[in-house]
Design a binder for this molecule. Structure first.
Ligand SMILES: CC(C)(COP(=O)(O)OP(=O)(O)OC[C@H]1O[C@@H](n2cnc3c(N)ncnc32)[C@H](O)[C@@H]1OP(=O)(O)O)[C@@H](O)C(=O)NCCC(=O)NCCS
Length: 197
């Protein structure tokens, strides 16, 4: 099969669309856009999987800040994902997943914002939606493994050690291609105060 037959790569498609994204600058977004703003975090549906994959693949190829996911893995975990959709089209502006690890512990995974809409509060909206869901589920702690801990610190997370999450290390890190040269930092947030209110 030729590359023409399979079309452009997700990254190429996304780069091509970056110019279109600037049209989104017409949308006035406060940096602290609240969750009930016109740009909402919504639960993903199966039709979102290809776009989620496109954004993850873009960032994996561009910076390596997220681990790659196959489309199959995204379908298998689609109920973990929340997304922010472009109100003027079918594209996704942001996505992220809350994955339950244990009775009191969940992880935020595959957090990605469209490169043309970074710095406009979308990452915060996705993380807030994941934390809201975690509270609804009665989870006490949420963590993330990230190369951008400063972003999570702005949202109330604290840096911790991955050794605080041995189940994660045993279940997933051992299979990760970055295992012997991991550049990710563990950040965690305690939700117990929110559970009590
Ligand atoms: C990291 C990422 C999710 C942030 O999303 P975003 O929509 O650009 O960030 P927001 O606009 O919601 O920023 C929220 C706050 O974090 C700060 N922030 C955002 N990115 C930051 C960074 N890389 N370093 C430090 N602070 C950052 C913002 O200044 C803002 O602070 P403020 O509210 O005090 O003004 C996004 O840039 C992205 O998708 N990056 C590539 C993939 C990636 O790194 N994913 C995370 C892997 S776990």
């Amino acid at each position: 099969m030729t590359s023409e037959a399979i079309g452009p790569t997700p990254a190429a498609t996304l780069r091509q669309r970056e110019s279109e994204v600037h049209a989104l600058e017409d949308i006035t977004l406060d940096r602290r856009t609240p969750v009930d703003s016109p740009l909402l975090a919504e639960k993903a549906v199966v039709a979102d999987a290809a776009e989620i994959h496109r954004l993850i693949q873009y960032w994996f190829e561009a910076t390596g800040d997220v681990l790659p996911r196959t489309e199959g893995e995204i379908y298998e975990t689609i109920r973990d994902f929340v997304v922010i959709r472009d109100p003027n089209g079918n594209r996704l502006l942001a996505a992220g997943a809350l994955h339950v690890e244990w009775r009191d512990l969940a992880e935020i995974k595959s957090l990605v914002v469209d490169p043309g809409t970074q710095g406009k509060g979308l990452g915060r909206i996705v993380v807030d939606a994941c934390l809201g869901e975690a509270v609804e589920m009665g989870l006490k702690t949420v963590f993330a493994l990230t190369t951008t801990p400063a972003f999570f610190e702005r949202l109330g997370f604290r840096i911790s050690g991955v050794s605080a999450f041995p189940r994660k290390v045993w279940n997933e890190c051992f299979r990760c291609p970055k295992y012997n040269a991991c550049d990710e930092i563990a950040v965690t947030i305690d939700l117990r105060d929110r559970l009590n209110t």
